[in-house]
Design a protein around this ligand. Sequence first.
Ligand code: HEM
Length: 485
Amino acid sequence: MALVGPPPLLNTSPLAAIARDLRDERSRTVPFPPGETRFSLARTRRFADDPLPLLLESYERFGPVFTLRLFHGNVVFMLGPAANHYITVSHASNFIWRDGHFRDLIGLMGDGLLTIDGDFHRRSRLIMLPAFHRDHIAASVDTMIEETTHALDQFTPGSSIDLYTWTRRLAMRIALRALFGLDPDGEPARTIDAAGLFEQALSFFSSDYALRVLRGPFTPWARLQQAARRLDTLIYAEISTRRATGARGEDILSLLLDAHDEDGSALSDLQIRDEVMTLLFAGHDTTTSTVSFMLYELARHPAIVARLIAEQDTLLVDGRPTASQLTSGALPELELVLDETLRKYPPAWVGPRRSIEPFEFEGIPVPGRAFVNYCSWASHHLPDVFPEPEEFRPERFAPDARTALPKGAYVPFGGGSRTCIGMRFGQLEIRTIATLVLSRFTLSLPEDFHLEIRQMPTISPKHGLPMVVGARGASVHADLSAAAA
Ligand code: HEM
């Protein structure tokens, strides 16, 4: 059977989509779960600006499944370990991604792995899985080390940098090289600011809900489309060169170019473009946020940095990590910090879905064709599962404590058949960047810095992450001697 994608979404016109959502809502056969179901611009804005407190308050008031009316429609949220497991694993087949809350992402990514469902999703995933095999990912570590080392050469003690922008550019270079075999310094990549174009496209998701339904020049949608078309030139140029020259490598683009449907036909340029765009987005955006949040927390916890440095001093040879240490996660203190960072700040913070049929969760009915979201960010902040959730405590993930967590409690990479395909790649990249940064420098925050978080649609520091570069261990050693005195 040919790998044929889904039909175009009926909702290319946002107003038609809204009308259809309202019809679906009116024709429900069971009521929505309890919650705030009246239209409220203030609630919609609050959700867009700062969703976490609203979700946690609603959980306190209504329990693990509740409804919030956001902009034009009711959205059901299901929080906590059992809810995460229900949506991602045990009842995953009753939910689709494509028509969920983030469907506008299709305007950027098309029908790549993230935005498709059912059999098409299953078969597309099968084509890509070999590229994410452990051995294949391990082959990327040299590229990650080389790019990070080179990017760190720009750091000079005493200078200030925007760590978020620095990481975004680095992660994009790594994605271009390691995933697609593209030379970021060659033509045409050199002339295209891919990281900046993603920033431009994704700013659509931080614009006001009301503005997002507008189409036409100068709208957030037009900016998204403009950025997507420029990124297309880069992707299509590479596809056409590779097709013309037959050049192949160990990268995913080569795999996609040589992939065949079950009927033997090759993937079209458009299908390949959509997968590449999806992986470029997913492959750099989440890792950028995680590195930024990790280094933010470390700057506030010198005692944890001291443990990481002591670990490096014991385990690294000549102050440098080996490829095998990075791939196997052989720096256990760093693993705890990585896990805790992804608990407190899971970048892909919400799992947007649409229910197919009505269902019942813990005795509460939920209609079919309803927007239903699971939310790792809120689930990771439930105090009965993670006590004092605002505290950054890597030891929560010590082996015994981790084993004691209920099923579905910790889901930074989602779960079930849609578990993040790039999990190993992402973890390796974060480990590599963090290890190399810590092996050469100490980063601190300006005194007046206050972290605000935006969702675009992944979470990241709202105003970038200004940091001051210091010599390795400088402030940490000062802090420890103060503690000892
Ligand atoms: C810290 C790093 C990362 C985190 C926290 C993360 C998180 C996630 C989550 C939560 C999902 C599931 C979303 C849902 O249930 O709706 C997901 C899916 C996905 N991720 Fe990641 N991701 C990371 C890195 C990456 C990387 C590096 C790549 C590519 C190289 C990638 C590619 C994807 C793709 C293609 C999907 C869709 C999978 C499917 O539906 O079959 N991710 N990711």
